[in-house]
Ligand binder design. Structure first.
Ligand SMILES: C[N+](C)(C)CCCC[C@H](N)C(=O)O
Ligand SMILES: O=C(O)CCC(=O)C(=O)O
Ligand SMILES: [Fe+2]
Length: 391
């Protein structure tokens, strides 16, 4: 412990072997310094995060304390640091204890410097050189460590494969259920489609599709896309994959103000279908790039030039700048070295992070049948966290 003389705020000091703190009451807020980074704590926040049995149910991990009845001018009557714990005694006698490590980890200043989700951004070379092996159906279905490895790859790269899956809709459903829950949409729970224009969308044709994310017209776009090509008797139809975050980070490096504009301006996407069997009118509103406000980390890209709707959510002076920014992002997304081309064949199931990796396809001839589904993002990430992965 290394007390700091004459300060009226608590400070946390850290060395490589131990965390040291010096603590004093401050009128406004305690301050902790961790590896040279000052971290400030608000007293109401500290009371609100009290982990004592009457404030927090550690069996359910839920707060029992009624935050709405806290005095917002609350100050402790005394504070001390004992055995690596900050101990605060509140008026009325309630005692709150916080380990200094917990405080450092959970502070705003601490979270600001770490990634919510570590990722490896890629272009075609980076991905190919990483030589990620696909999971194999048998082991994947029976062995948890194989599922964990698959999820780790998925989290890092935003794509992951399972090989040797029987070429049926049923087996495709089984392989996705091993990972998570299926998100039912207007396209069905499991879908299997060919170029028959059974739905009012270009996907149901033989035309090429430029890189895009799906369901950008949902208020919350689907988190994961699963594809399994059950048969193709013809040519073409290769799948294009592009890491949207790799491209967006290039834009951030070259032109931070254009990156910021694409984060700030919400735009509309739309899906209108009016066929005999299907009536839909969906709109989703949100920016092309989405970052967490506290650490500026990207968490979602919405990019679908087909489904982008009328642009009327920004004033005249912004619109020109928006098109410039959008063009710069498009240029990055279209660099040939960023394109990963894969031929999906029967047996090979691909999982794509639809909040990060764009997909597209070459035009094709012949009968081509593709099946798949969307997965609920929350459940996929939850499955990963239950394996101890950072997601
Ligand atoms: C995948 N599946 C064929 C079911 C649906 C395709 C949806 C196509 C739509 N334009 C979009 O990009 O969201
Ligand atoms: O046909 C394909 O390979 C993909 C089409 C597509 O973009 C989609 O179904 O979302
Ligand atoms: Fe698509």
């Amino acid at each position: 412990m290394q007390p700091i003389a004459d300060t009226n705020a608590p400070f946390l000091y850290c060395t490589s072997t131990s965390i040291m703190i010096s603590c004093a009451l401050h009128v406004k807020s305690p301050e902790v310094s961790y590896e040279g980074t000052p971290m400030r704590f608000n007293y109401v926040w500290l009371r609100d995060h009290c982990r004592s049995a009457s404030s927090y149910n550690s069996a359910t991990h839920q707060r029992s304390l009624d935050t709405g009845s806290l005095e917002l001018t609350l100050r402790p009557e005394s504070s001390a640091v004992e055995d690596g714990q900050l101990v605060l005694t509140w008026p009325g006698g309630h005692v709150s204890e916080f380990s200094l490590g917990w405080l450092a980890e959970n502070s705003y200043e601490g979270r600001k410097t770490v990634m919510e989700q570590p990722r490896i951004l890629w272009n075609a070379n980076v991905y190919q050189n990483a030589r990620i092996s696909a999971a194999k159906w048998d082991k994947f279905m029976s062995c948890d460590s194989e599922l964990k490895k698959f999820l780790q790859n998925y989290l890092l790269y935003g794509i992951a494969f399972v090989d040797d899956v029987p070429a049926t809709v049923e087996a495709t459903e089984e392989v996705t259920r091993r990972v998570s829950l299926i998100r039912e949409t207007t396209y069905g729970r499991m879908w299997s489609f060919t170029s028959d224009f059974s739905r009012g969308d270009t996907a149901y044709s033989q035309l090429a599709l430029d890189r895009h994310t799906d369901t950008s017209y949902f208020q919350e776009p689907c988190g994961i896309q699963v594809f399994h090509c059950l048969r193709h008797e013809g040519s073409g139809g290769e799948t294009l994959l592009v890491d949207g975050f790799y491209a967006a980070e290039k834009l951030r490096q070259h032109s931070p103000e254009n990156f910021e504009l694409l984060c700030r301006v919400p735009i509309r996407h739309e899906y209108i279908e009016n066929t005999e069997n299907h009536q839909n009118h969906m709109t989703g509103i949100g920016p092309v790039l989405n970052v967490y406000p506290w650490n500026s980390e990207l968490y979602m890209i919405r990019y679908n030039n087909y489904d982008r709707s009328v642009m009327n959510t920004m004033p005249h002076d912004i619109i020109r700048r928006w098109y410039v920014a959008h063009r710069q992002l498009t240029t990055e997304l279209r660099r040939p070295e960023n394109e990963l081309w894969v031929k999906l064949t029967p047996g090979k199931v691909i999982f794509i992070d639809n909040w990060r990796v764009l997909h597209g396809r070459e035009s094709f001839t012949g009968l081509r049948q593709l099946c798949g589904c969307y997965l609920t993002r929350d459940d996929v990430l939850s499955a990963a966290r239950c394996f101890g992965l950072q997601a």
